[in-house]
Design a protein. Structure first.
Lengths: 362, 172
């Protein structure tokens, strides 16, 4: 077995072969599914914990505070303490709620983000499922999350929850269009929906550089629309704490509330991963055609570090959004989507198709 | 042999889920629960498409039916129905007639399926990627679908116009 940090293909192949030598194909499949499931679950939990910590630190940075600083060095164990607290909290049952839907709703939200994370390429050869419709798959499964939010809002039998869920539904359904169309713009440029092909196609320059103006427009629109789709500020009117206490998850407590909370942060991570993959080349190092020495130096940085670095930068931008802009009203939100983003987006797709047909992209 | 076993296990799992949740959808007396069960039926169907390696159709199923139509249904329930609302029990006569209708439908399709002599395909499984789908969707030759594609766009236009007319009615 050769473990290569630049290319995981041989490593995963080695696992597959040694499992095949040990047991029958049926059990190999089961074991591999279990391994991938556990690995992604662990990654999910770790990233979730870290993002909550990062959010607090970034918020503190923006507001000229210190942020969590007591539990562990620089407060890095604060979120673990919070998690333990949430695990031990009582699960409050609502007397007149629809119990079945009330219990199912957090799982639908978290399953949707879990399905999406499986299709993300983390590094060369570190990619759980590589569909030939990769981007479409991610858009499709992430659209399931809204169902969990709507169910949570309705089944809580609370006015605040219901209003939060209605706002969230209108918002997510509208902004899904912009997310999809800005990704389609990039699919036109890449000529493929397969995420691995898209990453490989950016070996000689990331799409945000090679796609000229329409790629930049698509990137900006994707950032705005995906912030709205993940219910984050300035588009957080689904849970607007000053108006609706906590919106759709007002009535949730303990670990069920933690599920919503975790899913929200993981959705942000998925969105940032997709943005990094489609616009900034995913795990592909920064290459400039012709600069051989520079490209070789860049290749020394492992792909996984590139991927995490790009995702972290985009997450930082999304967090800056939240702590910079005031919350929008629902009519402003819908006006922004239907009167500005959508027409710009449609024009942008045509522009991109024109550039690709003329062969102006490199 | 064992790969087939794995496939069969998954197929039985998905079809059992489809049957179970379909029955729950029509028997549930709370409307939002029925919608949720319908969502599970549609997701299990998407699972079957994934098993057939036809990921495009599976993703379309999830986007259109689960992410689109079920969201629309849930949204309209949210606007119109109260949580305490429950449907009345179905009268015995209607129940019996319904069971008979469903049972005869099952019997008819089962006899057709079981008596038909299916020939196992010895073709290599073809991978359907986006390029193939896009080209045949806009192709007017053999295996081209440009005419249905355009006809459906006319239907969508009619639906949009109808929606605008219904929404505007009061102001006229």
């Amino acid at each position: 077995m050769e473990f290569n940090i630049y290319d995981f293909t041989s490593f995963t192949k080695w696992i597959d072969e040694s499992l095949n030598a040990a047991m029958s194909p049926f059990w190999v499949m089961i074991t591999e599914m279990a391994i991938i499931g556990v690995a992604i679950l662990a990654f999910y939990a770790l990233v979730g914990l870290f993002l909550v910590y990062a959010e607090r630190k970034v918020c503190a940075f923006m507001q000229n505070r210190v942020g969590p600083n007591r539990v562990g060095p620089f407060g890095i164990f604060q979120t673990i303490a919070d998690l333990l607290k949430l695990l031990m909290k009582e699960l409050v049952y609502i007397k007149n709620a629809d119990k079945l839907l009330f219990n199912i709703a957090p799982f639908i939200v978290i399953t949707a983000s879990f399905l999406a994370i499986a299709a993300i390429p983390f590094a060369r050869g570190l990619h759980a499922i590589d569909f030939n419709i990769g981007i479409f798959y991610v858009v499709a499964v992430s659209s399931l999350g809204v169902i969990g939010i709507l169910l949570a809002g309705w089944s809580s039998n609370s006015k605040y929850s219901l209003i939060g869920a209605m706002r969230s539904g209108a918002q997510i359904v509208s902004y899904e269009l912009s997310v999809g169309l800005s990704l389609i713009t990039m699919v036109v440029l890449a000529g493929s929906m397969q995420l691995s092909t898209i990453v490989e196609a950016q070996a000689n320059g990331w799409f945000i550089f090679t796609g000229h103006v329409p790629a930049v427009i698509a990137f900006v629109i994707f950032l705005i629309a995906s912030t709205a789709e993940t219910n984050r500020g300035p588009f957080d009117l689904a849970e607007a704490e000053s108006e609706l206490t906590a919106g759709f998850h007002t009535e949730y407590s303990g670990i069920r509330f933690a599920f919503f909370f975790l899913a929200e942060y993981m959705n942000m991570f998925i969105v940032a991963s997709i943005a990094a993959t489609v616009f900034w080349g995913g795990w592909m190092p920064f290459h400039v055609p012709g600069w051989e020495g520079f490209n070789t130096v860049m290749d020394y940085i492992p792909p996984f570090i590139w991927y995490i670095g790009k995702t972290a930068v985009i997450i930082f931008i999304l967090m800056l959004f939240k702590w910079t802009f005031p919350r929008l009203r629902i009519d402003q939100l819908l006006t922004l989507e239907w009167k500005y983003l959508l027409p710009i987006n449609l024009f942008n797709v045509v522009l991109m198709a024109f550039i690709v047909l003329m062969g102006w992209h490199w | 042999m064992e790969a087939i076993l794995g496939n069969q296990v998954m197929f039985i799992l998905f079809s059992a889920m489809i049957v179970m949740f379909s029955i729950l959808t029509v028997t549930s007396r709370r409307i939002l629960r029925a919608a949720t069960f319908l969502l599970f039926v549609l997701l299990s169907t998407a699972g079957l498409y994934f098993m057939l390696n036809y990921q495009f159709l599976a993703a379309v199923q999830i986007t259109l039916y689960a992410g689109g139509i079920v969201v629309l249904i849930i949204f309209s329930i949210l606007l119109t129905s109260h949580i305490d609302h429950k449907f009345d029990r179905v009268p015995a006569q209607k129940l019996i007639m319904g069971v008979i209708a469903a049972g005869s439908g099952i019997a008819l399709s089962l006899t057709t399926l079981l008596t038909y002599n299916f020939v196992p395909a010895n073709q290599e499984p073809i991978s359907v990627d986006m390029n193939t789908i896009g080209k045949s969707l806009l192709n007017y030759g053999d295996h081209g679908f440009v005419l249905p594609f355009e006809v459906i766009s006319v239907l969508l236009l009619a639906a949009i116009v109808a929606a605008v007319v219904i929404a505007k009615r009061k102001k006229i």
